[in-house]
Design a protein around this ligand. Structure first.
Ligand code: GDP
Ligand code: MG
Length: 441
């Protein structure tokens, strides 16, 4: 599945400290393949991977402490963006009734959705009226009546001899009826065909003109696959809609259609239908869908925690110093202090691949160690901190007296600093990341 493939791709990335352009390309290739496998439309995949690639090769990643995780976050952000950003709610008319029209292919789930919406709205204190404007299928009206009964909502159906056969007239009458009887929302169910056709579009478009809806919801079966784009485009051109409802998300569909439709039409996905029962229905949350597609569990929230603990620019500055061989005792102290912040994310480190050693170190970490280190370093002159080579015997004795510790303590600190500096150089050359100042793992 899409989720599995992306998860695999990111598993490889997460073990890496630094990304090369080749890494980024390899990852983007995997994402592309995964999305295509999930039936996301080709153009959408192309646009998506181009954006991800650009951002992954850009500043925000090269500056990040953990570039691989940054890429995961970029993919997530872009998915959420395509899926509509934040969740979009129904627009209610200031001048009731609010009219919601449903459109889509036959079998997409419109009539079922009408019931679901009615039940959901009624629970929220609204008084919905269902309108049977599907006069195409012989028992469509009856189906809506059954659904209405289940939802506890009134149904407006054509009366014999009173415009039967003309869904536009029925819809118009229904709006007037709703206004007279003070229903505050009107849900207009319409006919669908098995495939897109001109008559269907014309009819839906005429209904739209007649009732001037506040929302037109395009209902699409999430299992439709590559046909999603053509169908969505046809409905956008023929009727146009203000929002999308994805139905049958309870099936195997992993969200490929969601991505395609949202991306190609630029319309937000507003609801998700997840079963045949009227309660299998919920407002659509782009971020949750993105997580479903990514299926990375808690990894994203872990990344956020890690980012709070590190100041990225500071980390960059240190990396720079290591590279140019000018890591100082002040830097060493700063890093020790970073460890303190990291103490709060101990549990998290165990969950990240490659961080097990780090966690063990944190577990042995002694808060008093920082206090001692701070005391010793603060007794040094700025020059001594910049150039630890200056620290001869008499200077060490002076420092020990100044902070109330022994020369041995000072010697140990200098030794640990030298080890750390050496280790960090290894890291800078692409070795295994380690916690500075804590000795080798
Ligand atoms: P319409 O032709 O667009 O009005 O579609 P219907 O509402 O009549 O639904 C067609 C079929 O899909 C019916 O058998 C529904 O029970 C089923 N259906 C609708 N929504 C869902 C859903 O979210 N999940 C599942 N599993 N089935 C659904
Ligand atoms: Mg129907």
């Amino acid at each position: 599945t899409l989720s599995d493939r992306l998860a695999d791709t990111f598993k490889n990335l997460r073990n890496k400290g630094k990304l090369s352009p080749a890494d980024v390309d390899g990852t983007v290739r995997e994402i592309r393949r995964a999305l295509l496998d999930a039936d996301v439309a080709f153009d959408v995949v192309k646009a998506f991977t181009t954006t991800v690639r650009e951002r992954a090769l850009g500043d925000e990643v090269s500056k990040a402490l953990n570039p691989a995780q940054q890429v995961v976050q970029i993919v997530n952000e872009e998915l959420v963006e395509i899926l509509g950003g934040t969740q979009r709610r129904l627009e209610f008319s200031k001048n009731p009734p609010t009219v919601i029209m449903l459109a889509g292919l036959q079998g997409a789930g419109k009539t079922t959705l009408a019931g679901k919406l009615a039940k959901w709205l009624a629970k929220d204190g609204h008084t919905p009226l269902l309108v049977a404007a599907d006069l195409q299928r012989p028992n469509a009206v009856q189906q809506l009546q059954v659904v209405g009964e289940q939802a506890g909502a009134a149904v407006f159906a054509p009366e014999p001899g009173n415009g039967v056969g003309d869904p536009v007239k029925v819809a118009k009458q229904a709006i007037k009826f709703a206004r007279d009887k003070v229903y505050d929302t009107v849900i207009v169910d319409t006919a669908g065909r098995l495939g897109v056709d001109a008559d269907l579009m014309k009819q839906a478009s005429n209904i739209r003109k007649a009732v001037d809806p506040d929302e037109v919801l395009f209902v699409i079966d999430a299992m439709i696959g590559q046909d999603a784009v053509a169908t969505a485009k046809a409905f956008q051109e023929g009727v146009d809609f203000t929002g999308v409802v994805l139905s049958k998300l309870d099936g195997d569909a992993r969200g490929g259609a969601a991505l395609s439709v949202a991306s190609v039409t630029g319309r937000p996905i507003m609801f998700a239908s997840t079963g045949e029962s009227l309660d299998d229905f919920e407002p659509f949350h782009p971020d949750r869908m993105a997580s479903r597609i990514l299926d990375l569990g808690d990894i994203l929230s872990l990344i956020e925690q890690a980012q709070q603990a590190f100041d990225e620019d500071e980390a960059m500055a240190v990396a720079q110093k290591i590279a140019t061989d000018s890591f100082t005792l002040d830097d060493f102290l700063k890093q020790m202090q970073q460890l303190r912040k990291m103490g709060s994310i101990k549990g998290m480190l165990g969950m990240l691949p490659g961080a097990k050693g780090m966690r063990e170190q944190l577990e042995n970490f002694d808060e008093r160690e920082i206090v001692r280190t701070e005391a010793i370093i603060q007794s040094m002159t700025p020059q001594e901190r910049e150039l630890p080579k200056l620290l001869n015997g008499s200077r060490r004795l002076r420092i020990a007296k100044g902070c109330g510790m022994t020369v041995t303590d000072v010697n140990q600190l200098v030794q640990r600093f030298e080890q750390a500096a050496k280790m960090m150089k290894t890291v800078a050359k692409g070795g295994v990341p380690q916690v500075p100042g804590m000795g080798p793992i």
